[in-house]
Design a protein around this ligand. Sequence first.
Ligand SMILES: CC(C)(COP(=O)(O)OP(=O)(O)OC[C@H]1O[C@@H](n2cnc3c(N)ncnc32)[C@H](O)[C@@H]1OP(=O)(O)O)[C@@H](O)C(=O)NCCC(=O)NCCS
Length: 195
Amino acid sequence: MQIKTFCGEAIAPYLDDLARLRIEVFRAFPYLYDGDPAYERDYLKTYARSSESLFVLALDGERVVGAATGLPMADETDAFKRPFVEAGWNPEEIFYFGESVLLPAYRGQGLGVRFFDEREAYARRLGRFRYCAFCAVERPADHPLRPEDFVPLNEFWSNRGYRHQPQLRTEYRWKDVGDEADSAKPMSFWIRELS
Ligand SMILES: CC(C)(COP(=O)(O)OP(=O)(O)OC[C@H]1O[C@@H](n2cnc3c(N)ncnc32)[C@H](O)[C@@H]1OP(=O)(O)O)[C@@H](O)C(=O)NCCC(=O)NCCS
């Protein structure tokens, strides 16, 4: 296994890999995303436009089996910046993590921890960020599609030094598996102050 990082324009050859992994991994609970290539093209534009976006890729030989992403929050869409601005945070101080997606066969070997370490190291290198942040979908505990053995990632994130900020919220729309149309999903943020 190899971990490689790419930033700015160098991410372009890997946009399709990220779309493929997002569609495959986010089909599972709690995301339940009924993958849509047109949605992906639109979503991925934000990374392609940012000169400081970051892809951390996990490669098994030539095959991309996992990816974690980030970009300055200032380059994010208004939907993501708004709750921070309204709560008095300065988006210029925040490096935002888009997603971590790793194929199930490769989990539990420390790659997810590397995804955090690499992104935090990059944010530190850029020199102007005080915080790293990401958001996660909120699903009801009794959701009918929640697997019995589902383990939330909250403890994994706490162990990485992130604190849940349930008051910092936004919504994101996508179509759930089995639904006819897209619907708004409540998302709340997690933040860590960089040391
Ligand atoms: C999030 C995700 C990328 C984590 O990946 P992962 O590679 O399984 O995570 P890790 O193996 O690094 O860490 C899991 C645990 O194993 C531990 N671990 C670290 N190195 C390890 C190793 N060599 N062997 C076994 N376990 C190890 C980690 O310390 C961690 O435990 P901790 O939280 O108690 O410290 C993966 O679960 C995933 O793709 N989930 C689905 C998508 C998702 O929900 N993404 C998050 C929202 S975008």
